[in-house]
Each structure stands twice: as C-alpha cells, then as structure tokens.
Write a protein that binds this ligand. Structure first.
Ligand code: NI
Ligand code: MN
Length: 224
C-alpha cells in the first residue's frame, strides 16, 4: 500500500489491489498542493469533517461510482447533492472491500462551506492488511487518544501541528505520546499564514521523546 501527501490534511492511499482512497482532498484552493482536482480520481473519499479545507474538491473529484465515507449528517449532505455516500458515525467501524474504516472523536467544529450543519467532526482509523493509519482530522489534544492507541495498534498517525485551529506542536507531541504510533506524520501546517509551524521542530521534539517521525514533502508518496 502507498501513502501520498498532497499537503494540508489531504492524503491518497493506493491499496495493493489499486483501490484509490482520498482523505480530505483540499487541492484546488490549497496554495501548497502540487496536485489539483483534475489530476486525481477516487474509488473512495473519506472526510473528517465538512470545513472547506477538508470537504475540499470532493464534489469535483467524485464520479458516479465514488463512495464518500463520513459521518451521517455530512453523508446525507453529499447524497442531497447527488453523490454516493456511506453513512457512518463516531465509534462505528465498517469493513469495506479495501479494509476497515472506523471514526473516532475529534474536538473541533463542522459546517459545510455554505453553512449547513454537518454533524460532528471526526478522526479516521483506516486498517488495511493489518496496518492501521489514524488520521486525527482537525482536533484539539484530548486524553482519550490514549484509549484509541490502546484499542488499535496505530502504525501511522497523521496529525495537525499548525496551531490556531488545531493542536500546535507542543500538544501534537503529547498526542504522539498518548497514541504511541509506529510513525508520526505532521499535517495541517503552513497552508495559510495563521497556521505556520516548523515540521522539523515537531520531528525533533517527537524523536526526543523516543518516537519516530517523518515529514512528508508535498506530493511525496511512500510505501507503507
Ligand atoms: Ni476544520
Ligand atoms: Mn482544517
């Protein structure tokens, strides 16, 4: 399986049987993404919440067979716009043909760019071939991250470090300690002036605590 980082909170997972899964595909209005919506396709799009920098270009990318996976209220919004969605909710998991998706709590907000209520924001745990990726979504630090790490061995933790709207570096380092992932990957930084953060500083601080960290370049793809 491969993981590609577009920047901000946008990632692409390509499974060994070539299913393409996008997470929070904010590309066209994202000044840091080297890839735009016309450059990608998706079998599945998983959304953490409805803010414009996460819902992103979902409706430009989704084709007639693309399934959007998200919490119930946001899924209904997608369905009302003519798209296919799989309605889930926080605490629930479901086995898709590519692997398992489970939604966790996240402490943040969630409304669509046009102001519709979109349910609660979420974190996402994706398990494929016994490897688990925890994309925290936009969130504050919360102590139940420890429980998340105890219930699922997290191999890859994708977490925000940009501060202002989410955890900053200090809180994100603590989040890594609580979850105890195999590898931490920072996200949600340097996209806008208010979320400037140095990912190399985050990396050093994580490594000082004894954990592994990788700063993915924008557009970079790694084998998981
Ligand atoms: Ni947000
Ligand atoms: Mn955001």
């Amino acid at each position: 399986m491969k993981l590609r980082y577009f920047s901000h909170s946008a990632f692409q997972i390509t499974t060994d049987n070539n299913k393409i899964i996008l997470i929070d595909p904010f590309l066209d209005d994202n000044p840091t993404s080297p890839v735009k919506s016309k450059d990608v396709t998706a079998d599945y799009i998983i959304l953490s919440h409805a803010h414009g920098d996460h819902l992103g270009d979902t409706f430009k990318i989704a084709g007639k067979d693309t399934i959007i996976i998200c919490v119930n209220e946001l899924a209904n919004y997608c369905i009302s716009r003519g798209f296919k969605a799989h309605n889930m909710h926080i605490g629930g998991g479901y086995n898709f043909d590519f692997g398992r998706v489970k939604f966790t709590i996240a402490h943040h907000g969630s409304k669509t760019p046009s102001g519709e209520y979109a349910g609660e924001p979420a974190g996402i745990i994706i398990t494929i071939n016994n490897k688990s990726i925890y994309h925290t979504g936009d969130t504050a630090l919360f102590y139940d991250m420890k429980l998340i790490g105890e219930m699922t061995k997290i191999d890859y933790m994708l977490l925000p470090i940009g501060d202002n709207y989410t955890m900053g570096i200090k809180d994100a380092v603590k989040a890594v300690e609580l979850v105890n992932p195999g590898l931490a990957i920072p996200m949600h930084y340097n996209t806008f002036p208010v979320i400037q953060a140095d990912p190399e500083l985050f990396k050093r601080n994580v490594e000082e605590k004894g954990y592994k960290c990788r700063v993915m370049r924008y557009g970079e793809e790694i084998e998981l």
